[in-house]
Write a protein that binds this ligand. Sequence first.
Ligand code: AMP
Length: 276
Amino acid sequence: MNVCKDIDCVKNFVKSQKQSLKTIGYVPTMGYLHEGHISLVRAAKSACDNVIVSIFVNPKQFGPKEDYSRYPRDLKRDLELLEKEKVDMVFTPDIETMYPKGFSTTINIGPLANVLEGAFRPGHFDGVCTVVTKLFNIVSPDKAFFGEKDYQQLKIVEKLVKDLNFDIEIIPIPTKREEDGLAMSSRNTYLNKEERKRAGTIYKFLLKAKEIFESGIKDSDKIIEQAKEVLDVDSIDYIKIVDKDTLEEKKVASKYDRILIAVKIGNTRLIDNIEI
Ligand code: AMP
């Protein structure tokens, strides 16, 4: 497994692979890998000749009061996990490599970035789109793999690729969950034992909402109000039923809509979603 800190190291590898007509699958991550990330890696392995994973905690997608400095990091363990998965290359750039002195470009994809997560984390998706654009230009993959866990991010990256004519296929991968249904996340490590237990009610809430919808209730407010009975969190940033593509809020829910939730338990902010 090659580990590259420099951009040219990645570009040279990609160039040589493309000359031999080999395809490149790409999995961008912020590290502290778990089974969710590994499911993306495995999907990439089975669909492409080569797999490149990047590990970069992108400062531009964290707000000033967010958890950038305490975001969990363990590069040694991550590299061991990726080696086991027979990943071909891991790109681990420094901040100065990605954002050298004088860097000033921002990618803003418009309204889709201002709702839901974007409304609570101003600038977050500009940071995501800026780093993803750079990473796509560095790696030039044929396919890139993104988790449905970050549903709005997935939709935004799909739009970015369409709007900017990237010749890259975006492959969505279903959310990997713990035994009690909690979506796997590097941030779950922030939870203490009692908080971790309550975090399991997020998925119970989503399943309850789906069950209520399937029982015949279509009014979104009613579905959410009734399902909230099973939710045990400290505060709710948003719960919304939205169109699966436009992310526009639906007052009346219909099949294939998506229910998205963001909550806080203690100091930890967690997000999740399912198809209703
Ligand atoms: P992150 O390291 O949090 O930036 O995530 C890197 C990629 O892994 C993103 O495409 C996420 O959506 C995806 N991901 C994170 N958690 C999960 C999960 N539990 N199941 C599937 N994919 C995930």
